[in-house]
Design a protein around this ligand. Structure first.
Ligand SMILES: Nc1ncnc2c1ncn2[C@@H]1O[C@H](COP(=O)(O)OP(=O)(O)OP(=O)(O)O)[C@@H](O)[C@H]1O
Ligand SMILES: [Mg+2]
Length: 254
């Protein structure tokens, strides 16, 4: 499979007065097309720093970084912004939607930057894909937390990026809603999307196909998941399964 993220001896230092924090030290790994990776590790171990660097939000201090075959380690801010818009979708713990703006308009935003025509149709399709076809004109405060996160996922996939990054995307959601969001990520991954999620929860990580563990800025463990959890199975076994407003069908019945 084609490598999407290739990092070699990647390092990130933060300077705090006369102190240097080594947030990442000599990280080397490859993430290829179709992978579904969980990034784990204790607080302060470098997970967010890693996501910010490989997500082109921040530059490494040293080391190599190829995204989709392009050398991004030394790009300037404008070049990085272009790469982000073209290749990357982000999902955050706090959803980061524009308030007072409809779901549809929120999802159209990345298309404006990309200069896409028929934005309306493309955004509507992305919302349908996450099961929100009936809620397009709702504003974030008129949607549940899980629905808001699905809007954020629609916004992340609307430009058809090569990789989706999530930093604790289920961190603010209850367990059923988290499971529904993981079902959606699993469905997207089955359709070929490469996904990288930071999570504190083993349970969430075991929905992925591979777990990379950080400690003190280093990768200390990198293993495939053998006992993978299928979110659709978990949802089906929950007592009030009928109450599930959205559960992807393709994954379970494929
Ligand atoms: N902007 C910054 N300036 C200085 N130090 C920073 C900055 N961002 C992160 N750090 C430091 O870098 C190290 C790694 O931080 P990072 O946010 O990547 O950890 P994390 O694994 O995401 O933790 P958490 O699980 O709490 O989110 C920590 O020691 C942190 O204090
Ligand atoms: Mg973090």
């Amino acid at each position: 499979m084609k490598p999407i993220i290739e990092v070699r001896d990647l390092a990130k230092d933060y300077t705090m007065g006369d102190m240097i924090v080594h947030a990442l030290r000599d990280v080397s790994l490859t993430i290829s097309e179709g992978e579904f990776v969980a990034v784990m590790g204790p607080s302060g171990s470098g997970k967010s720093t890693f996501m910010n660097v490989v997500g082109c939000l921040d530059r490494p201090t040293r080391g190599q970084f190829l995204l989709h075959g392009q050398d991004v380690a030394n790009m300037n801010d404008n070049e990085l912004a272009d790469i982000r818009n073209k290749y990357i979708g982000f999902v955050f713990q706090q959803f980061n939607l524009l308030p007072r703006t409809s779901a549809l308009k929120n999802v159209e935003l990345p298309l404006i930057y990309a200069g896409t025509r028929n934005r309306h149709e493309v955004a509507a399709k992305a919302l349908e894909r996450v099961g929100l076809g009936q809620r397009m004109h709702h504003k974030p405060n008129e949607l549940s937390g899980g629905q808001q996160q699905r809007v954020a996922i629609a916004r992340a996939i609307v430009t058809d990026p090569v990789v989706i990054f999530g930093d604790e995307p289920t961190g603010n959601l209850d367990s059923r809603t988290s499971e529904e969001i993981m079902a959606l990520f699993q469905e997207l991954n089955e359709q070929g999307k490469t996904i990288v999620l930071v999570t504190h929860e083993e349970e969430i990580a075991h929905h992925c196909k591979r777990i990379v563990r950080f400690r003190d800025g280093r990768v200390v463990n990198d293993d495939p998941v053998h006992d993978r959890i299928r979110a659709t199975d978990v949802l089906a076994s929950m007592p009030d399964a009928d109450a599930v407003e959205y559960a992807p069908k393709t994954a379970a019945h494929a």
